[in-house]
Design a protein around this ligand. Sequence first.
Ligand code: NAD
Ligand code: MG
Length: 392
Amino acid sequence: MRSISIFGATGSIGENTVDLIARAPGAYRVVALTGGRNVARLAQQAIALRAELAVTAHDDCLPALREALAGTGIETAAGPQAIAEAAERPADWTMSAIVGAAGLVPSLRTVERGGTLALANKESLVCAGPLLMETARANAATILPVDSEHSAVFQALAGEPVSAVELVTITASGGAFRDWPMERLASATVAEASTHPNFAMGQRITIDSATMFNKAMEVIEAREFFGLDPAQIDVVIQREQIIHALVAFQDGAVMAHLGQPDMRHAIGYALHWPERAPLPVARLDLRKLTSLSFSVPDETRYPALRLARDVMAAGGLAGAAFNAAKESALDHFIAGRIGFMDMAGLVEQVLDRISRDCGLGNAPDSLEKVLQMDDLARQTADEIVRARAGQG
Ligand code: NAD
Ligand code: MG
C-alpha cells in the first residue's frame, strides 16, 4: 500500500488532494496531514483518512486539535518544528501545499529523505530552486510539478529532452481585473481582488493572480524546475484557461496541454505518475467551446512580470527576496495599508534597496541563507511601508 502525507491539507490544493485520496478507500496509508487554524476540518480529514499524525502550524491550536481527536489514536502535534518532523517521516508520496515560504522546509525535508515530492508550493522553487533541485538529485528524490501550467509542460515534454525545446509558453487568466480600465486599479479593494474568473483557490494566490505575481512566480518556477533559459519562457493570457501551457520544439512542432480548469487533474497526474488513471474531472467538449482567445499581457498593468525577469537576471538570493517582499506586500494590501497597484512598487523598492546595501548574488545553497534573505526582505518592506505612513 502506498503511504502519503499532505502538507497544507486544509487549503484549496490540500482539499482537492484529500478528495482524490478519499475516493480510493484502502489504497493509501496516510502518514501525516497538516493544517493551520482550521483544526475542526483537519481533525475531520484525519479521521476520514485514518491518518497517523495530524499537525497544526499553531501551538495555541493544539488543545483544540487534541480534543477533536481524543480517543481516535491519531497522534497530534503543533508548530513549524513539528511540521518539519512530519516531513521527515517516511512516505512514498508527499504533497507540499502549504502557502508561502513556510512550505519550503517540508519540501526540503521530503527530498532529503529521497521521497517523491508533489510540489504545489511554488515558493519552494522561487526561494530556493537550486537548493531544492540539487538536494533532490543528491538523494535520488523525484519532484513532480502540481502547478497546473508546470504539470502541463511536464506532460507535453514526456519523452522529450529539454534540450529540444525552443520556447515554453505558460498561460494566465489575467485575473480579477483583466477587463478593468487601468485608472480603476489603484482603488481596487481586497474583496474585489479576491475573486478569480476561472478557479476557486486560496485568497493569497487569487490576489496574486490579479497582480500576476502568481504568473511571475511561475515563470521563475519553470526556469528552476525545467532548467530553461529565461528567454525560453513566455506568458500569454488565455482567458478561458483551457490551454494550460504550450511547448514549442526546435523542429517547429508545438505541443499544447488542454483541459477544463480543475486542479484535481494536475494533482491526480502527480499522484498516479508515471501511469495515468481515471480522474473525476469535467471533460473538455470542443463542440461546446465557443472561443479560445489569446493576448499578450501588458506590463504596465502587470509590472510583476517585468520584475520576474529582473529577478532571474540577478540570480542568487533574488528569488528569496522577491517572494518574501511579495508576501509582505500582499499582507500590507490585505491589511489596508497599501493600495493594489502599490504592491509591485513596494517589491521593486525592496529588491533595489537590498541589492544596493548588500547584494542579491549569493547562491541559495543553504536553508539558513534563504531564510535570512527572507527575513531581511520582509523587514525592509515593513520599514518602507512604515516610513511612507509616517510621511502621509
Ligand atoms: P490555501 O491558502 O487554500 O491553503 C494553504 C494551506 O497552508 C492551509 O492548509 C493552511 O492552513 C496552510 N498554511 C498557511 N500558512 C501556513 C504556515 N505558515 N505554516 C503551515 N501551514 C500553513 O492555499 P492554496 O491555494 O491551496 O495554495 C497552496 C500552494 O499551492 C501555494 O503555494 C499556491 O501557490 C500553490 N498552488 C495553488 C493552486 C490552487 O489552485 N489553489 C494552484 C497552483 C499552485
Ligand atoms: Mg498555476
